[in-house]
Write a protein that binds this ligand. Structure first.
Ligand SMILES: *Cc1c(COP(=O)(O)O)cnc(C)c1O
Length: 397
């Protein structure tokens, strides 16, 4: 009888006790709104912003309602207007083009390589089409940031980094989110810290920071932000900037602060699990491991591999056989969007370009979550199951 994996791919760890205690204290106090403070009190949200700014080494940080909200706010703060084009990844998640569409702007998709990162040759070819790139470090794969920034800087293109999957990751030791003008992060349950929903935006640019704070719904209380530029930065901006409410609240901030304190430990645990999966899947016939460059500090909160140039039917067989043994895999090659997984040609509110090289890769991308409730033994078992099923389908062909 072949082994069956019993774990749940969507089960995260509990909130740390310190976060639960802090959340209860906020609820007992009744001051859940970030600007509702007792005399002399600094709100949990303002403290969290200082701590996150320090964690990534940014001058300014704003905590918001979601990662998608952070990205849309960053684009607005950079002056993207309705009808403008914004460069972005063809391989990403729906909130990324969604953030562009939220402004009435239009995504221009850049292709993906076999490393699952943005195709820098394609980016170079399209760089003249927009003045902003919304760069998604999709599933934690970090592109050569030196070359990417050189291309964008030479063209005067400003970069917003979507770090939903790279909180805690780095390129040549520099934290992801600290290369472009703005870094955006998500605190949604499936990311690296969990407050249900939530997000951050970080920047060193005082104008972008001031605009973002006003946009998020600070009213004239922007002086209650500590990870913010000085009040002079708001002198004009406070009149010019609409309030598009999307603040974080003190309850979520209270849950997040102890998680942020633990983040490096958690990232190391993810990476251990990733290594076990990678080692277990090496030398599987027909299966391509994604190379990770040595400049990259990986946070392995999810795992991908390629079944490149496999027929859709064969990929479907692998998914079904693994699923029957408890291993839940996602596929980016499906014709229809399913659950969290969709492709650039499903986002029909925006023009769909022809990207044949990208289509070939998307058709082979297999993806799975690696929650920290999985032990290393679990990961070894998952790898054994995938290896056996991929081999069986491959050899039958
Ligand atoms: C989750 C996610 C986001 C933003 O998520 P929210 O749910 O809005 O916090 C952005 N980009 C990617 C790639 C994501 O997976």
């Amino acid at each position: 009888m072949s082994e069956i994996f019993q774990g749940s791919f969507t089960q995260q760890e509990p909130i740390p006790e310190a976060g639960i205690e802090a959340a209860i204290a906020v609820m007992r106090g009744g001051r859940l709104h970030r600007y509702n403070t007792a005399p002399g009190e600094t709100s949990e949200t303002a403290l969290l912003e200082q701590e996150f700014a320090a964690y990534v080494g940014a001058k300014y940080c704003l905590a918001v309602a979601s990662g998608g909200y952070a990205m849309a706010t960053a684009l607005r703060a950079l002056g993207v207007k309705p009808g403008d084009k914004v460069l972005s990844n063809a391989f990403t998640l729906a909130p990324v083009p969604g953030a562009i569409a939220a402004l009435g702007a239009e995504p221009v998709y850049v292709g993906v390589t076999e490393a699952l990162t943005i195709d820098l040759d394609d980016l170079e070819a399209k760089i003249g089409e927009a003045s902003v790139l919304l760069l998604s470090h999709m599933r934690g794969h970090i592109v050569d940031m030196d070359r990417l920034m050189a291309i964008c800087d030479a063209a005067g293109v400003r970069v917003v980094e979507d770090c939903a999957h790279t909180m805690g990751a780095a390129w040549r030791g520099r934290p992801s989110g600290r290369f472009g003008a703005v870094g955006c992060y998500s605190c949604q349950t499936y990311k690296h810290v969990n407050s249900g929903e939530g997000g951050f935006l970080v920047t060193d640019d005082p104008e972008v920071a001031a605009r973002s704070i006003m946009l998020s719904g600070s009213y004239m209380l922007f002086e209650r932000h500590d990870a913010a530029p000085s009040p002079e930065a708001f002198a004009q901006i406070k009149y010019e900037t609409p309030n598009i409410s999307g603040r974080m609240d003190n309850l979520r901030a209270a849950i997040l602060r102890p998680q942020l304190a633990d983040l490096d430990t958690q990232c190391a645990r993810w990476t251990e699990r990733y290594q076990v999966l990678e080692d277990g899947l090496r030398e599987t016939p027909g299966l391509q491991i994604i190379p990770r460059p040595e400049e990259e500090t990986v946070v392995g909160s999810s795992f991908q591999f390629l079944l490149l140039d496999w027929s859709g039917d064969k990929v479907g067989d692998v998914l079904a056989r693994c699923g029957a043994r408890g291993v839940e895999l996602k596929w980016f090659g499906g014709a229809e969007p399913v659950a969290f997984t969709s492709r650039y040609d499903s986002w029909r509110y925006a023009p769909t370009p022809s990207l044949p090289k990208t289509d070939r890769i998307l058709a082979g991308i297999i993806d799975m979550r690696v929650p920290l409730t999985f032990s290393r033994e679990d990961c070894a078992q998952i790898a054994r199951i995938i290896k056996a099923e991929v081999s069986a389908v491959y050899q039958a062909s």
